[in-house]
Design a protein around this ligand. Sequence first.
Ligand code: GLY
Ligand code: MN
Ligand code: MN
Length: 457
Amino acid sequence: MFSAQTYIERRSALKRSVGSGVILIMGNEEAPMNYHDNTYRYRQDSNFLYFFGISHAGISAVIDIDSGEEIIFGHEFSMDDIIWVGPQPTLAEQARRVGVYRTEEPNKLPERLKKASKVHFTPPYRFDNMIMMSEWLNIPTSQLKEKASVELIKAIVALRSIKSDEEIVQMEHAVNITREMHIEAMQKTKAGKKEYEIVAAIHAKALEGGGNLAYGTIFSINGQTLHNHYHGNTLTDGRLVINDSGAENAMFYAGDITRTIPVSKGFTEKQKEIYNLVLKMETESIVALRPGIQYREIHLLANKIMLEGMRDLGFLNGNVDEMLAEGVQGLFMPHGLGHAIGLDVHDMEDLGEKYVGYREGLERSTQLGLKSLRMAKELEAGFVLTVEPGIYFIPELIDKWKSENKFINFINYSKLDTYRDFGGVRIEDNCLITPTGSKTLGNPIPKTVEEVEALRG
Ligand code: GLY
Ligand code: MN
Ligand code: MN
């Protein structure tokens, strides 16, 4: 937990920005997995963590801007709680640590909301919260998202997008735990092992770091499937394996790093060509980061480098700018270059990417690749975002485009036939935008062909 002053200042800034009314910040409940008492790993809501810092199920908070009151609603611990989960600081004591001096039983919350002339809330994403909010606010569950307060969303996005120095310390820590996870995976990857053996070692490092995973690990020899969570394949010589995994540290900040590892001790020449092209896309994108530039421009820069490289390798023919305008790049990189990261791995995605990564006048494209770009707008000092280009050979997509004669003048489909079992390459780092450029968070994680091969003992 940060000092009480940090949370007090964040709430004051929120109040100033929203102006009037009552702000409701819902905490998360436990989420049952297969029956009530067998729950998924508990994760507090990130807005609640940002403004109130307490990671505890079943609490919510109200900030009454007009009266200035701040109240945390939740049960005080009973003897039964203490018997089952051990002695705890009281809720009142936990609230004091974040500068809140009033706690009330949860059944007082609905009346408090009923008295308010305007209740500001964020779009709920947990169904139990939706049911409760629907009852309290008399809004059908199906309308809660659209009735969320745009003033509140914009105010939170403005605050959470700019990371403070103490948050950057936490984010560097999360990336450094993530670094251990990646080094471990590079050292343990070996032909004959199952993917899940390496996934287990990656998870162990996250736990040893004092937190847990920030998201479900992607570790697969089928890296061409972008979010592949199947871990049952056997690692075989000659394959590449994508490791996209990250730690959430004990303060709930996320790391999100990808490295691509050869299962054999070294990359083949064919693999090196694609790997080094993705590396060039990544490093040149990072060099281009600076305040004021649109991240959409950097996404397009990475795509352009890819198209030039793929043309040089004989996959493409023709004018790169024409290919870029028409969307040929979607065949090889059908995802966006990156996203905001912070307390959430896709930071503030619950609040809507339209506010986090876009702005009025900058709409999302429908083109394959660009349509999945989560961050497109002008960068500001204090933003932290991922840079994660990739090149993939997706047989089903290649077959579809080929059968449609799509971009037949640009794409050398016969060369692609020899890459059907290549898989994919992705390289991802987490970067802070500084006043003059950017800083890649954490200690360097092996990334060049030579650095990765040196760990393949
Ligand atoms: N780890 C998921 C992503 O890179 O967005
Ligand atoms: Mn990732
Ligand atoms: Mn990412």
